[in-house]
Design a protein around this ligand. Structure first.
Ligand code: BGC
Length: 755
């Protein structure tokens, strides 16, 4: 094993420059002279996409077989960090078996719009949920000996013009919405690498964004791994390295290294900048390659398939279930009609860099048939084709099958061509042909359940209006068919809760008028009001709220207690009891939301700050305890450029969705506010509120031409004067700087602030 400390100083300038760019599409150069092996990086994140020898970058379907786990839009709905850690561990085993070192994931970008073509690769519209799940995945992966690559840093929330577009986002919005998931993963799971995104952030390419890559990522969050470009994201290698982008991928044949050597020779780039980047890559290389040596552990693909099946069931969201229509009785007798092409041609993963060649692929039709074998007859009708072309014949076949059956299960969803990496969707409806078939089937059967497969959100109202039960399975991975059978007949329970709101209409979405932007810019005009933060703020009706999902059993929440050990320090412990009041075992996701109704800044109606998934047997109950920290009460204070938890009343709500709050409590917090110094631009109201401001203000009013020593400010005068900046009071002649001058006056006004 090489010594990373010793290797860097022994490298020539040319070697260092070459070390900072890929040697191939997927490997770093390594340095045989010093015994430094190359690192292999592969996609990610839902399975290992190790390309076959000779495959080109764009040959997305030429890779070694690997388990296709459910996509992140599914596992995001599991709200189950332990499950994500298990998947991470399985991915580590497959990575190591295939001889790869870094898996390019997880993707923790926030779902800003339902249209983002890559939403299936992201967990949630909420940063706490995204960050918690991603951190668990990274821990599982890295404990298993592989390295993670958190992506795409940052503000990469659309595919349209993704390589050029500038995301125009204010700092508060970045801090509260788009950065915290990255922050959580970095601070809690220490990922080996972070991938910069393609887009610009406020005009600067993410690959050259010093504030992102160095100030925030390293100085503030303490990131200790190396940064890597998204594939082809670097256009100015020298600027990128100087900003903190360590490794450029993929291989470029030499120009990047040559540019670095030239810049060092010309004196425009210190060689120490290369040293630092080289050292970071060496350290990660030593950590990942040292323990593994040449060993390639065997993988139990059967076990991973079973895990993928459990994960798909644990992520499926039961949106509606009239009169407990599901689960169906596998032994009830009566024919079961399975309708929809997806039942035999599953839509199980998304297109683009994350697609893998699965080790095997379940079909729901085969799994359902096996589940009821010998007990119920199954008839199948495809109903529609995946190209969306209407077919009267297939429609008639579906209606005939439904008419002959006691129960109908329909498999609907988005075909592959509808969503993928590389482009955004333009609408959220299901294909019209599928809805036509659904309506025709529902006209002849009162007993229809629908199973949905789609990566991004689809409009569900046209489906829930026709079907007795709707099960959203997202892109459930290679074992989705088996999981669907488990769920339909109650061998498994739907463990998912929505990680994103399903709106009634696309135009309800807060980013609607600002997505995907134009002329190279996309303004995040909705600011912090993303997803439920918007829908709840404006009380907009939605199809299904954030956090929603039914179970086959019922749960009761009781006994909320919120303990505040010291009101001066914003922190609390939330305790409540959760009981399974139904007849079946099941899991519930208890969600804790915090509201700050007295905030000086505008804040969302409520924000998710903690959650716990609990599995309970019928009649069983348990005490749930969740801690809230200072950050959970704070907002990003633009004036102070920091997190501020203000004194006042906070509301803590516990429930089963952002719209199904079962318990609430109020607490008083009295944290001291860091003082804001008065300036001439502070308002009269601010002067009056500051400790020494009132006296100084009175002196200034008295010093005005015609001013008297005694001034009484009554309520109506105060209401009018409070918003007036002191500078304007001077201009209007109501006040004057007393003798002694401005500096002395301001010093007096700010006396006691400690500078
Ligand atoms: C994607 C990344 C991916 C990389 C390598 C890029 O186009 O944005 O997510 O990891 O390609 O395939």
């Amino acid at each position: 094993m090489f010594d990373p400390q010793a290797a860097a100083p022994a490298m020539t300038l040319a070697e260092k420059a070459a070390f900072l760019t890929g040697a191939t599409a997927w490997t770093t150069p390594g340095l045989p002279r010093l015994g430094v092996p190359p690192l292999t990086l592969t996609d990610g994140p839902h399975g290992v996409r190790k390309q076959l020898p000779g495959a080109r970058l764009m040959d997305l379907d030429q890779s070694e077989p690997a388990t296709a786990f459910p996509a992140a839009s599914a596992t995001g709905c599991s709200w189950d960090p332990a499950l994500l850690a298990e998947i991470g561990a399985a991915l580590a085993a497959e990575s190591r078996a295939l001889g790869t070192d870094v898996l390019l994931g997880p993707g923790v970008n926030i779902k800003r719009s339902p249209l983002c073509g890559r939403n299936f690769e992201y967990f949630s519209e909420d940063p706490v949920l995204s960050g918690e799940l991603a951190a668990a995945w990274v821990r599982g992966l890295q404990d298993g000996g592989a390295g993670a690559c958190v992506k795409h840093f940052a503000a990469n929330n659309q595919e349209t013009d993704r390589m050029r577009v500038s995301a125009e986002v204010d700092e508060r919005t970045l801090r509260e919405i788009y950065l915290p998931a990255f922050e959580r993963v970095v601070t809690r799971a220490q990922p080996a690498t972070v991938m910069c995104s393609y887009n610009r952030l406020n005009g600067i390419p993410a690959s050259e964004h010093r504030w992102l890559l160095t100030e925030v990522l390293r100085a503030e969050w303490g990131f200790g791994g190396f940064t890597v470009s998204d594939w082809g994201a670097v256009t100015d290698r020298v600027a990128a390295l100087a900003a903190g982008l360590d490794l450029q991928m993929p291989a470029d044949g030499g120009p990047a290294a040559a540019a670095l050597v030239a810049a060092v020779s010309a004196g425009t780039l210190p060689e120490a900048v290369l040293d630092r980047a080289v050292e970071r890559i060496l350290r990660v290389t030593a950590r990942l390659t040292g323990p593994r040596g040449d060993s390639r552990p065997a993988v139990d693909h059967e076990r991973h398939h079973a895990l993928a099946r459990r994960a798909a069931a644990g992520s499926a969201v039961l949106l509606t279930n009239e009169d407990e229509f599901l689960p169906l009785d596998p032994a009830a007798g009566g024919t079961l009609a399975v309708i929809g092409e997806f039942a035999r041609t599953p839509r199980y993963q998304g297109g683009g860099s994350s697609q893998v060649v699965p080790t095997r692929l379940d079909s729901a039709l085969a799994e359902i048939t096996a589940a009821v074998a010998g007990r119920r007859d199954v008839v199948f009708a495809p109903g529609f084709t995946l190209d969306g072309a209407p077919s009267p014949e297939l429609l008639a076949g579906a209606v005939a099958a439904a008419r002959s059956a006691a129960d109908v299960v329909m498999f609907l969803g988005l075909p592959e061509a509808a969503e993928s990496e590389g482009f955004d969707r333009t609408a959220i409806g299901l294909p019209a042909t599928q809805l036509d078939v659904l309506r025709a089937v529902a006209a002849v059967s009162q007993r229809v359940a629908v199973v949905l497969s789609n990566g991004g959100v689809v409009a569900t109202r046209p489906v829930t209006e026709q079907a007795r039960a709707v099960l959203e399975m997202w892109l459930p991975g290679q074992a989705g068919g088996g999981a669907a059978a488990d769920l339909l007949f109650g061998a498994a329970e739907p463990g998912g809760r929505l990680a994103e709101t399903i709106p009634l209409a696309l135009s309800d979405n807060p980013s609607y008028v600002n997505f995907p932007g134009a002329a190279g810019r996309v303004r995040y005009g909705e600011r912090i009001y993303v997803g439920y933060r918007w829908y709840d703020k404006v009380a907009r009706d939605v199809a299904h709220p954030f956090g929603h999902g039914l179970s086959y059993t019922t749960f009761a929440y009781s006994g909320l207690q919120v303990e505040v050990p010291d009101p001066a320090r914003p922190a609390a412990v939330v305790r409540f009891t959760l009981a399974n009041t139904g007849r079946r075992a099941g899991s519930e996701v208890a969600q804790v939301y915090v509201s700050d109704p007295e905030a000086s800044a505008d804040r969302p109606e409520r924000e998710l700050k903690a959650f716990r998934k609990v599995r309970l047997a019928p009649g069983e109950s348990c005490l749930v305890e969740l801690a809230l920290t200072e950050r959970d009460f704070a907002f990003w204070d633009e004036q102070r450029r920091g997190w501020t938890a203000e004194p006042g009343t906070f509301r803590i709500a516990v429930g089963a969705s952002s719209r199904d709050l079962r318990l609430t409590a109020e607490i008083e917090l009295t944290p001291p506010l860091p003082p804001t110094p008065l300036t001439l631009d502070s308002t009269i109201g601010e002067w009056l509120a500051a400790p020494s401001g009132r006296d100084a203000l009175m002196a200034a009013l008295a010093a005005a031409p015609g001013g008297t020593g005694e001034i009484v400010i009554d309520d109506s005068m105060l209401a009018m004067a409070a918003p007036v900046p002191f500078r304007q009071a001077l201009a209007l002649g109501f006040a004057a700087i007393p003798s002694g001058g401005e500096a002395a006056f301001l010093a007096r006004a700010n006396a006691g602030l400690g500078g």
